[in-house]
Design a protein around this ligand. Structure first.
Ligand SMILES: [Fe+2]
Length: 240
């Protein structure tokens, strides 16, 4: 399995506190069946973890995992917050943040917590025209999406994918969040799953998310999601 959203790099946002905690998180993920983790430190107005720093920290953690014999590959990424249209477009054009993959085909594009950004469908179209599919993390945790599900349907219709968090599906983020996460699964809007793990307590638990999807939507749906996620890290072939 691949975890596409994880705050495993230490000391640069509200994720892991220390290298020891990063290694412990990787071990938990490995035991849960994960073999690839895309490290997605925050890229927003509070924590602006730019691409160069993320790549250095990713390589540093990989060396530690190799020394410790933990067979997990860490890939550089970011959880990019849409603070506003102009800033996001400028940061994209300047290559300020890391995509989820080397080829830049996917970006984790988060909403602000206060309110929905009405420029989102326009930016989804703009990104798609550049060859990038935005993946919107944890819509179920945003009150405006729970209150107005049509906003979610609108950005999916524009071409975005959604990422539902394992903690939401297990009920760890509350009943309202779980209800909306289930709603997304039931409508086949949970395009991807991830842990959004931050430490060894809010820990990697991807298999729990997949279990809930299997219970509600069946094995074939879970397999379809897993295949879609595996495709994120596959380089497009020359024939594409
Ligand atoms: Fe996150």
């Amino acid at each position: 399995m691949i975890d596409i959203h994880c705050h495993i790099l230490h000391g640069i946002d509200d994720g892991a506190d220390s290298m020891a905690e990063s290694v412990a998180m990787a071990r938990i993920a490995y035991e849960d069946g994960v073999r690839d983790i895309i490290a997605t430190p925050h890229f927003n107005s509070l924590w602006r973890n730019e691409a160069g720093l993320v790549r250095r920290k990713t390589a540093e953690l990989q060396r530690k995992l190799d020394q410790a014999g933990i067979a997990v590959t860490i890939h550089p990424g970011n959880e990019v917050r849409l603070e506003n249209k102009a800033t996001f477009m400028r940061d994209t054009e300047q290559g300020a943040y890391c995509y989820l993959d080397d080829a830049g085909r996917f970006v984790l594009l988060e909403q602000r917590w206060a309110e929905y950004d009405p420029d989102t469908p326009e930016l989804v179209a703009w990104l798609l025209a550049r060859g990038t599919t935005p993946i919107v993390p944890h819509p179920e945790r945003h009150h405006f999406f729970r209150e107005r599900p049509e906003l979610v349907e609108r950005i999916v219709a524009a071409g975005a994918w959604l990422q539902v968090s394992a903690d939401s599906l297990t009920g760890r983020s509350g009943d309202d969040v779980q209800r909306f996460a289930d709603w997304l699964v039931d409508r086949d809007l949970a395009h991807t799953l991830a842990t959004d793990a931050h430490n060894v307590n809010r820990k990697p638990n991807l298999s729990e998310g997949f279990r809930r999807v299997r219970e509600r939507a069946g094995q074939e749906r879970a397999d379809q999601i897993a295949r879609r996620m595996a495709g994120i890290l596959q380089r497009p072939s020359a024939a594409d």
